[in-house]
Design a protein around this ligand. Structure first.
Ligand code: ZN
Length: 247
C-alpha cells in the first residue's frame, strides 16, 4: 500500500459559500475521495487546524504528502515545514498543488521565492504534455483542457526543474511551467499548477489521473535520513557495507 497524507488549509471552503458549493467536503475531501478508490492507496487527511499533528512519526508513516494551501502559509510553524523538508530529503514524496507554490515546505525545499504572476479571469487553460513517455503523464493524450482556471504566468521563480512535464497555456496568452519534477536528497517533489478553489478542477478525471500517477511515481523505494558520518576504510575488516548501519 502507498500511504498518502493530504494536507489542505481548509479556509476558503469554510469562509465562502461559493467555494463550499464546489467542494462541500473541502478540497482535501475531494482529493481523498478519488485517491481512496485506488486499491493500492491508503489515504489520510489533515487540515491547518490539525497542523500540530504533523510529526516526524506521522511523516515516517507517509509515503507521499499532498499539499494544498493558499491564505495561511504563515500559520504553518517553521518546525513543521522543516520536518517536511527533512522527510522529503529522507525519501518521502511530496506533491504541491496550485497555490502550494508559496508554501513554506515548497520554498524551503527549493530555496527560491517561488513567486509568479497571476490573474483571476476565468481563462481557459490548455495543459500541454511535454514528456509523453513519463509515468506521470501516462494516460494523458496531448493536453488537458480546463474550461476555466486561475491564470498563472511566468516568471515562476523556481530552480530549473529536473523534468518539465507540463506547460500551461492560458487564453490570455500566458504560459507557465505547470508540471515540475524535482529530486531533492532521496525524495521526489512534483509541483502541479491547476486547482484554484473556485473551479471544479479536482473532479476532472485527467487531473485526477495525473495526481494518481504522481503518487505512484513519487512513492519511495528507498528511505534513509541524511547524515554526515565518519566511516571506516572500505578495506577495514570492521567495515559494514550497509550505509545505514554506520549512521
Ligand atoms: Zn488560486
Amino acid at each position: 500500500m502507498i500511504r498518502v497524507l493530504v494536507f489542505n488549509e481548509f479556509c476558503h471552503e469554510r469562509a465562502e459559500e461559493r467555494i463550499r458549493e464546489v467542494y462541500p467536503n473541502g478540497i482535501h475531501g475531494a482529493i481523498a475521495d478519488f485517491l481512496g478508490k485506488e486499491e493500492d492507496f491508503s489515504v489520510k487527511t489533515v487540515t491547518l487546524d490539525e497542523v500540530e499533528s504533523i510529526t516526524p512519526a506521522l511523516l515516517a508513516e507517509t509515503d507521499v504528502l499532498i499539499w494544498w494551501a493558499h491564505m495561511r502559509h504563515g500559520n504553518v510553524p517553521d518546525e513543521v515545514a522543516y520536518m517536511i523538508r527533512d522527510a522529503v530529503l529522507s525519501g518521502m514524496g511530496a506533491i504541491f498543488l496550485h497555490s502550494g507554490h508559496h508554501s513554506k515546505p515548497f520554498r524551503y525545499l527549493l530555496g527560491t521565492s517561488c513567486d509568479l504572476t497571476w490573474r483571476e479571469s476565468d481563462d481557459e487553460e490548455i495543459l500541454w504534455v511535454i514528456e509523453p513517455s513519463h509515468p506521470i503523464t501516462r494516460g494523458i493524450d496531448r493536453a488537458i483542457i480546463l474550461p476555466a482556471e486561475e491564470t498563472y504566468g511566468e516568471p515562476f521563480v523556481i530552480p530549473t526543474p529536473d523534468k518539465l512535464l507540463f506547460i500551461g497555456h492560458f487564453a490570455g496568452g500566458e504560459v507557465f511551467r505547470s508540471g515540475c519534477l524535482y529530486e531533492r536528497g532521496n525524495g521526489k517533489i512534483f509541483y502541479f499548477q491547476p486547482g484554484h478553489e473556485s473551479y471544479p478542477t479536482y473532479y476532472n478525471e485527467q487531473v485526477q489521473t495525473v495526481v494518481k500517477n504522481a503518487v505512484r511515481y513519487l512513492a519511495p523505494a528507498y528511505r534513509c535520513p541524511s547524515a554526515c558520518p565518519q566511516v571506516r576504510h572500505i578495506k577495514d575488516e570492521q567495515y559494514v557495507m550497509h550505509a545505514q548501519s554506520e549512521f
